[in-house]
Design a protein around this ligand. Structure first.
Ligand SMILES: Nc1ncnc2c1ncn2[C@@H]1O[C@H](COP(=O)(O)OP(=O)(O)OP(=O)(O)O)[C@@H](O)[C@H]1O
Ligand SMILES: Nc1ccn([C@H]2C[C@H](O)[C@@H](COP(=O)(O)O)O2)c(=O)n1
Length: 234
């Protein structure tokens, strides 16, 4: 039996398999979830990219990020496209490809303003639920409130954590060692502190498995996540 066939059997091919993964910045949610989706032959949804795309749209069209009603309105109106192919992430706003642009530091600096606007969250949560339904419920979705709000009914729910030290080190390496310690703290810890005002992604809710990747490398973390999925679905 090939590895692919083994995976299909082990992971209930043909049955719903929504895997919800939350965690703080730099814990490895995006990279680990994407690889997990590949292994499961599932779709992949990066919900943070949606918050980033709305932020890009607000900045590009002059929406005041301090004006909650304006941000909510922009979020409801925006034509937002996001691919769910784990091998090719694409994000579009009004048909324009913003896949790279939403990763710019200006967006990372401003995105919490959108993420803490409750009306904007409600609209993105509605769209995220629709994307999960449209996937035929075979998807790995990651963010900050997937286990608790977007997909509390997911077959498997995981909180992916790592120590602050590991998360700062990983983000530093990811950015090519170009950032000062202060800049990294701002991008990782200060952003988490702002986002925590509206959503809890530091503690696992009831029924949510915790995977602590502080002492695991990337491959070991993917294996640990797959082991949780196997255990939860057998
Ligand atoms: N277990 C691990 N060991 C070492 N490096 C890891 C591990 N998991 C992820 N990484 C690396 O850490 C960096 C940050 O990971 P990633 O972008 O997936 O985090 P994230 O939780 O999605 O962050 P954010 O929410 O800020 O987007 C990436 O370069 C990734 O390859
Ligand atoms: N479900 C989610 C996903 C993301 N956010 C916020 C938190 C971050 O500041 C921002 C960008 O996320 P990232 O790309 O860094 O994972 O979006 C959220 O509040 N809820």
């Amino acid at each position: 039996m090939s590895v692919a066939e083994t995976d299909m059997t082990t992971f209930r091919w043909g049955k719903p398999l929504v895997v919800a993964i939350d965690g703080p910045s730099g814990s490895g949610k995006s990279s680990v979830s994407r690889e997990t989706a590949r292994r499961l032959k599932a779709a992949y949804l990066d919900t943070g990219a949606m918050y980033r795309a709305v932020t890009w749209h607000c900045l590009a069209t002059g929406v005041d990020l301090e004006d909650a009603a304006a941000v909510e309105n922009a979020c409801e109106e925006v034509d937002l496209g996001i691919s769910t192919n784990p091998d090719r992430q694409q994000v579009a706003v009004g048909g324009r490809d913003v896949t790279e642009a939403i990763r710019e530091p200006e967006i990372s600096k401003s995105v919490s303003a959108v993420a803490t606007t409750l009306g904007a969250r409600a609209e993105l949560i509605r769209r995220q639920k629709q994307i999960i339904a449209d996937s035929g419920r075979r998807i790995v979705a990651e963010g900050r409130d997937i286990t608790t709000v977007v997909a509390p009914d997911a077959e498997v729910r995981i909180l992916l954590t790592a120590s602050e030290e590991s998360r700062l080190r990983r983000r530093g390496l990811q950015l090519g060692g170009t950032q000062s310690a202060e800049a990294l703290q701002e991008q990782v810890l200060a952003r988490d502190a702002k986002d925590s005002a509206v959503v809890n992604f530091h503690e696992a809710a009831d029924g949510v498995f915790t995977v602590d990747s502080s002492d695991l490398d990337f491959d070991e973390t993917v294996d640990a996540v797959l082991a949780v999925i196997r255990r939860a679905t057998r």
